[in-house]
Design a protein around this ligand. Structure first.
Ligand SMILES: *[C@@H]1O[C@H](CO)[C@@H](O)[C@H](O)[C@H]1NC(C)=O
Ligand SMILES: *[C@@H]1O[C@H](CO)[C@@H](O)[C@H](O)[C@H]1NC(C)=O
Ligand SMILES: *[C@@H]1O[C@H](CO)[C@@H](O)[C@H](O)[C@H]1NC(C)=O
Ligand SMILES: *[C@@H]1O[C@H](CO)[C@@H](O)[C@H](O)[C@H]1NC(C)=O
Ligand SMILES: *[C@@H]1O[C@H](CO)[C@@H](O)[C@H](O)[C@H]1NC(C)=O
Ligand SMILES: *[C@@H]1O[C@H](CO)[C@@H](O)[C@H](O)[C@H]1NC(C)=O
Ligand SMILES: *[C@@H]1O[C@H](CO)[C@@H](O)[C@H](O)[C@H]1NC(C)=O
Ligand SMILES: *[C@@H]1O[C@H](CO)[C@@H](O)[C@H](O)[C@H]1NC(C)=O
Length: 584
């Protein structure tokens, strides 16, 4: 029980502080947006900060988080929340991490603008600008204005004369007409960075008579870094800073690696801050199921000088003051690190639950529980195969980000399958070829498993799919469901320690009867085919390829109730787990 002891030891100080963490507001823990939250872009309007992060093919996509204190971030909307905003794009996307790449959020003339680009469609990259005057409301996000681009990571910058500019990977600059999406031609190369691969993720800031161009370089893995250049004219020539990079953790032993791709903004008191992405992997970079997460760092930016960014670590201190702690933020989504306590007795699907691609219409509904119409393709499906089995028509999967190193997640499943192959369960899901599942499945009866049903045997099945991961995939384990178990069945995923998941099942009415069906390393959902994404935990229903078209055979509907996710600990350094990230 070494882990438990460690947690309690470290946690006691933090829990004590959490109850009253505004006392000293100079210390906080990273990540401030834990879980899969890459490429953060942020801005402030009055007393509220807004950030958006990348979501690739997940839907709804482009979550907008709001905060008044930079550490409590509430999910207030998704800019891409309706299939009709981009008809057919999701269905036409075959790969696991195409879709919505890095966005930029800015506020101009009373309107929030969120610029992004969608990859993976037959017609190439689709540039998109969503607009809203009320970012607390999904419906207020417009259908996007589209623009044609060959490059990722668009920035949006207005000059004092009102002209709007888009800088993209490269780094290329174009003027944009935000009514039509027309771009000035040809794109102008304004900087190639300092020599690192992939100069990308640009943001332009105008300050003290200079255009500052801050970018990411080195690729989004261990060599990631932030560099900067400036010019008196927007099209350059740009002069690089002699002390680049201004932020990186490359070639260090820090627990937070891949630090890069950031954005800068000021609080109301005029202090500068930045958010960027980082991976909690340590330098060995093997186990990081949450992928790239968003971290906060203070900055100093004196008049006429270059910005100085504070090194990213788990525990940040030394800054005079964060804005006062506040959870008084509008909107109906949860704060990012809040537990899920969902009984699905009514109301809409909670905002933090997302899908892999746009789901089939009507596949998820809340009646007396969360009813899920199974998809023919299971969580793996046949990628790149027939569109009906590839997953492109949406997986019958709904999940939330793993936001904690240590957590427990469970749901109660009511399921009475009628034909062999019908299955419903829970999963730690990174991509269609990297997931760890525990399902209730109707199997063909055979001599080794005693038949309880006329048509087949109801069993618990632990099954792992993991491609491009350098460790063995655990064997499938099948356990017949004890005949005395009463419905619903509680399926649970919990962390045994910072690197291992346990998957177990029990009758909801009798936790003491729990059976551990499988154990799996978090490395199975780290990197693999999902180096840009991060793990989700959630529930699914499938008939494993039976049926026709998009329809499974009758009788395999799954009803989920009592959905619980409780965060228990955050690893913030090698050997250090705190009870919950926050301020001390
Ligand atoms: C927080 O700390 C201050 C100063 O020690 C104290 O006055 C206040 O009552 C505390 N608040 C809570 C909620 O504990
Ligand atoms: C989807 O792909 C099909 C087949 O290539 C094409 O006809 C259709 O126009 C595409 N739709 C979109 C929205 O890209
Ligand atoms: C960046 O590199 C490209 C290709 O070598 C070159 O055409 C372009 O002029 C360079 N841009 C700048 C600003 O130096
Ligand atoms: C945070 O610290 C600053 C000065 O260090 C102080 O002015 C402010 O009131 C503090 N806020 C809270 C909530 O303690
Ligand atoms: C019966 O099912 C079990 C579990 O799937 C399997 O291990 C075994 O090989 C099967 N036996 C036969 C004869 O099919
Ligand atoms: C997984 O990655 C491998 C190697 O890059 C690639 O060949 C394969 O197509 C990928 N599979 C999926 C489902 O994306
Ligand atoms: C998952 O679905 C694919 C495609 O229908 C099928 O080949 C595979 O056997 C299924 N996996 C399981 C465990 O049934
Ligand atoms: C995480 O797991 C590794 C491997 O067991 C261990 O060395 C490390 O101390 C653990 N970290 C924490 C914070 O418990």
């Amino acid at each position: 029980m070494k882990t438990t002891k460690q947690i309690l030891l470290v946690a006691s100080a933090v829990i004590g502080a959490l109850a009253n963490y505004s006392e000293n507001n100079a210390t906080y823990f990273n990540p401030t947006l834990p879980g899969w939250h890459s490429d953060p872009s942020c801005t402030r309007v009055k007393d509220t900060f807004y950030c958006v992060t990348s979501t690739f093919i997940a839907f709804p996509g482009l979550p907008v988080y709001a905060s008044k204190d930079l550490t409590n971030w509430k999910l207030i909307s998704h800019a891409w929340n309706r299939e009709s905003q981009l008809p057919g794009l999701s269905y036409n996307t075959s790969e696991q991490q195409q879709g919505m790449y890095a966005a930029t959020i800015r506020y101009h003339d009373g309107v929030f603008h969120l610029i992004c680009e969608y990859l993976g469609t037959p017609g190439g990259i689709v540039g998109v600008v969503f607009k809203s005057t009320d970012p607390f409301d999904d419906a207020a996000w417009s259908d996007p204005i589209r623009f044609k681009t060959g490059k990722i990571d668009p920035d949006l910058f207005w000059d004092d004369d009102g002209k709007a500019y888009v800088a993209t990977q490269g780094i290329l600059l174009q003027e944009i007409n935000l009514k039509t999406g027309d771009l000035s031609q040809p794109p102008v190369s304004i900087w190639n960075g300092t020599g690192g691969v992939w100069p990308e993720g640009p943001h332009i800031y105008k300050k003290d008579g200079y255009y500052y161009l801050m970018i990411a370089e080195g690729g989004t893995a261990q060599d990631h870094s932030i560099t900067i250049a400036r010019s008196r004219k927007i099209y350059g020539p740009y002069e690089p800073y002699e002390n680049n990079p201004i932020l990186t953790n490359k070639h260090t032993n820090r627990f937070f690696q891949t630090v890069g791709h950031g954005d800068l903004f000021q609080d109301e008191a005029g202090n500068w801050w930045g958010m960027c992405l980082a991976t909690r992997s340590g330098p060995d970079f093997k186990i990081y199921p949450m992928g790239r997460e968003a971290v906060l760092f203070p900055a100093t930016w004196n008049k006429g000088e270059w910005p100085v960014l504070q090194t990213v670590e788990g525990k940040m201190s030394g800054w005079p003051s964060l804005p006062a702690v506040s959870r008084d933020v509008a909107g109906d989504g949860p704060f990012n690190t809040d537990p899920d306590v969902y009984d699905f007795k009514g109301g809409p699907i909670p905002k933090n639950l997302i899908h892999w691609r746009v789901p089939r219409e009507g596949a998820f509904s809340i009646k007396n529980g969360l009813e899920v119409v199974p998809s023919r393709n299971n969580l793996t499906g046949i990628p790149f195969g027939d569109i009906e089995l590839s997953g492109q028509r949406g997986l019958a999967f709904i999940g939330r980000r793993q936001t904690h190193t240590l957590f427990t997640y469970s749901v109660d499943l009511t399921f009475d399958p009628k034909s062999v192959g019908q299955e419903a369960g829970v999963t730690v899901f990174l991509t269609q070829v990297n997931h760890i599942d525990l399902g209730v499945v109707l199997l063909e009866s055979n001599s080794t498993i005693k038949t309880a049903k006329s048509k087949g045997q109801l069993a618990l099945r632990f099954r792992v799919e993991s491609k491009n991961v350098p460790i063995p995939v655990p064997a499938t384990n099948i356990v017949p469901i004890p005949s005395h178990w009463k419905s619903p069945i509680r399926l649970q995923i919990s962390t045994r320690n910072n690197i291992t998941y346990d998957l177990s099942a029990m009758p909801a009415s009798n936790e003491a009867a729990a059976i551990k069906v499988g154990t799996a390393s978090a490395q199975l959902v780290s990197g693999g085919n999902g180096t840009f994404v991060g793990s989700l935990v959630g529930a699914y229903a499938t008939c494993n390829g039976a049926g026709k078209g998009l329809d499974c055979p009758e009788g395999g509907k799954a009803v989920f109730g009592r959905w619980r996710y409780t965060g228990k600990g955050q690893q913030v350094a090698q050997g250090v787990i705190v009870a919950e990230e926050g301020r001390s």
